[in-house]
Design a protein around this ligand. Structure first.
Ligand SMILES: [Fe+2]
Length: 336
């Protein structure tokens, strides 16, 4: 990864953030819309804080801009539900702060490690998706393209038995995607298409469960379903959710045959979030390590809001099995 590439990613991430927040009033930026999400202006200042911490303070040895930010903007210091009550920066001050940090970073760029810069850019892109979740919960304007593409494919792909390499050590990858290692799987089938709103509505009517609130467009992939709901749907359809290695193998071997594998809806897998052999926390344990175990299930792929830089075949997302605020959908699999 070259310094130019890393710098371009920073610029790209900032354009996305600004486009996402531009249509919103100060009131919309500061409101706490849901206990699951931060006020949008918290996300904005936290983006600047993360960049200041990892690039200006830790990589370049600069003094902190403010002693208060370690408490206000560290994501482990306060639960999302409490952040609306904290003395956080106003929209104008948050914008000024992230602008100042970025200006200093761009001046120092030739001296900064490109992998660290890439991590900061990806962090901002991921918060872009978090903010889009807040916009969806609050019924506020969504970023372009304003929703997922329609589902057109049907049928299944047979993935033959055998070994493949799970994970990657590409410079853009996070610690939890490393180390790449061989995994042997039996043959399985995976659906070419994501489950649509129409299909999910049939299941919901049959089983007497509530369909997700914004499911009016029959040919679009169902979004905002929990792991528990995704698993129940797969069972109802006579199938199952793919495991995480199955999903990655299918995408690496037959990615072209799977419609919207990366970029319409996150796809729940049957797997818990865990460490690959040889895992080393980088650059800090709080990114992935503290979430390993049997609390969180892995999602793969990426949604229509996920930036292509993030939606790589090895990227691992995770959430609690009952959560549905993310842009999460379903792709089923079955034994061959
Ligand atoms: Fe963050």
């Amino acid at each position: 990864m070259s310094p130019t590439e890393a710098a371009a990613a920073l610029g790209h991430a900032r354009e996305r953030t600004e486009a996402l927040l531009a249509p919103l009033s100060d009131d919309q930026l500061t409101q706490q819309y849901s206990s699951l999400q931060s006020p949008l202006v918290w996300d904005l200042a936290h983006i600047g804080y993360f960049e200041e911490l990892w690039l200006l303070r830790r990589a370049a040895g600069r003094e902190a801009v403010s002693q208060d930010y370690d408490d206000l903007y560290d994501s482990f210091a306060h639960a999302r539900a409490e952040r609306g009550d904290l003395p956080i920066l106003s929209p104008a001050r948050a914008r000024a702060y992230v602008g100042e940090v970025r200006e200093a970073v761009l001046e120092l760029l030739p001296e900064l490690p490109p992998e660290r810069v890439a991590m900061v850019a990806q962090h901002e892109l991921q918060h872009g998706e978090t903010m889009a979740q807040t916009l969806a919960l609050a019924d506020l304007p969504q970023p372009a393209p304003h929703g997922p593409p329609e589902v057109e494919a049907s049928g299944e792909v047979l993935i033959p038995a055998g070994e493949f390499v799970l994970g990657s050590d590409d410079p853009w990858t996070y610690d939890n995607e490393r180390l790449p290692h061989p995994v042997e799987l039996p043959a399985f089938r995976i659906d070419r298409a994501l489950v649509t709103n129409a299909e999910y509505a049939e299941f919901a009517a049959d089983e007497g469960v509530e369909p997700p609130p914004s499911s009016g467009t029959p040919r679009e992939p169902v979004l905002h379903v929990s792991f528990d709901e995704a698993e129940a749907y797969a069972r109802w359809a006579g199938k199952r959710l793919p495991t995480e290695p199955e999903w990655e193998k299918a995408v690496k071997l037959a990615g072209d045959e799977l419609e919207h594998a990366r970029g319409a809806a996150w796809q729940w897998t049957a797997s818990f979030f865990g460490a690959y052999p040889g895992f080393r926390a980088f650059p800090y344990a709080e990114y992935s390590k503290v979430f390993f175990g049997e609390d969180y299930r892995v999602l793969r792929g990426g949604s229509w809001v996920t930036d292509p830089l993030v939606a790589r075949p090895t990227f691992r997302n995770w959430d609690l099995p009952q959560r549905r605020q993310i842009f999460s959908g379903i792709r089923c699999a079955s034994d061959a």
